[in-house]
Write a protein that binds this ligand. Sequence first.
Ligand code: FAD
Ligand code: NAD
Length: 396
Amino acid sequence: MSRIPRIVILGAGYGGIVTALRLQKQLNYNEADVTLVNKHDYHYITTHLHMPAAGTDKPDNARVNILKLIDEFKIDFVKSTVVQIRPHDKKVILEEGVLSYDYLVVGLGGEPETFGIPGLKEYAMNIRSINSVRLIREHIEYQFAKFKREPSRTEALTFVVGGAGFTGIEFVGELADRVPELCREFDVDPELVKIYNVEAAPTALPGFDPELVEYAMDVLKKKGVTFKIGVAIKECTPEGVLLATGEEIRTNTVVWTGGIRGNRMLEEAGFETMRGRIKVDEHLRAPGHDNIYVIGDCSIVMNPEGRPYPPTAQISIQQAEVCAHNLVASIRGDQLKTFEYQSKGTVASLGRGEAIGIVGTKKVKGGAAALMKKLIDLRYLYIIGGLPLVIRKGKF
Ligand code: FAD
Ligand code: NAD
């Protein structure tokens, strides 16, 4: 390769933006051409999206202009949607044009997994992007306004969240905080509002510490959330949801937080995938493609017990750091690093001033956990934008 190698990064989420920022720092002048492609001109902080979805925060607080994060002299930013990856031609097809690459980084994130459940694609909403959460927020407000016009239609005030994983739990916590404000604004009796969180597994937050799960459920129940645990959503219809027990919950609002899968484009490109995600090699490359790195929710990394690590921002950031190192090492002919995930723990919000978590081996809950969550959020802002971004976006 006598010309300058071309690196193309697809997606400016957690994985993509951190890879770009690390390359920007580590590459020497004219060592590589780096292009970052993203469908929006902003990076969104996915881990905050439950708040603008419920309306407890503004959508703008969960996004950052990409040109404010990268150095345009070092990284070319292309605002476009990727429509196809052609690994054998080393090309990526965008809505407007084609990009050729020598090295590709796929960080396109996940898509909602609907498991083929009828009606979910058509009638449920998802917490996935700034635009998807704007829809949820506006829809919820509209239901309150609608109820005032037709007070007999109480289904307008019933909200169903499908799945009590971390996304579902964090969202119902925020929604329960928002309801009193909406009731005041629209002169609605709070007793009429129902929030159901439906979970198919025998417990909320399956696999998480049972004592903390119990604490989380107690906090959320006190805020007005009704749990239906061990009951799967079987169908979603224009009138509501049908549960495996035969019960129907009539509602105009279903938010599906039942899990995620990888991006469909990877299957279409001919990669071997498991639910749209590529099981990467120890250096984070797609098997059989030494020049294609796959990171974040599109990738699968196995834990020592042979089970996939859950797709999180935490693992995406760590992958991005190793991915950037390995790209630079490939160009320089140096040794690649092996990726080893170091879990720092998990902290989940339960709404205002409340959270649960495990940090190291320590369980945290309540205000202390909420503070911890705040610090994790600030740390991320610092990683991508330094102190100026912490001051601009960090809520103190
Ligand atoms: P993403 O961050 O989803 O980014 C993908 C990027 O690709 C986006 O910018 C998108 O616009 C872009 N893109 C997608 N398709 C295209 C296309 N066709 N063309 C161009 N661009 C495209 N994890 C944690 O570790 N801690 C948490 O507290 C936490 N909280 C969460 C809270 C919520 C509400 C949710 C939904 C998730 C949370 N997660 C958390 C999980 C975490 O957000 C994801 O694992 C993480 O965002 C994955 O990063 P990523 O880079 O793979 O994808
Ligand atoms: P998930 O896969 O973790 O949870 C989905 C839940 O939906 C599961 O509990 C599942 O049993 C349930 N479900 C599936 N089908 C169902 C059905 N038909 N009816 C009812 N329930 C059903 O998905 P998620 O919560 O969106 O999380 C995605 C990833 O993001 C995970 O890795 C998670 O750890 C991570 N995340 C982390 C945080 C945090 O650390 N604070 C917050 C949000 C998300």
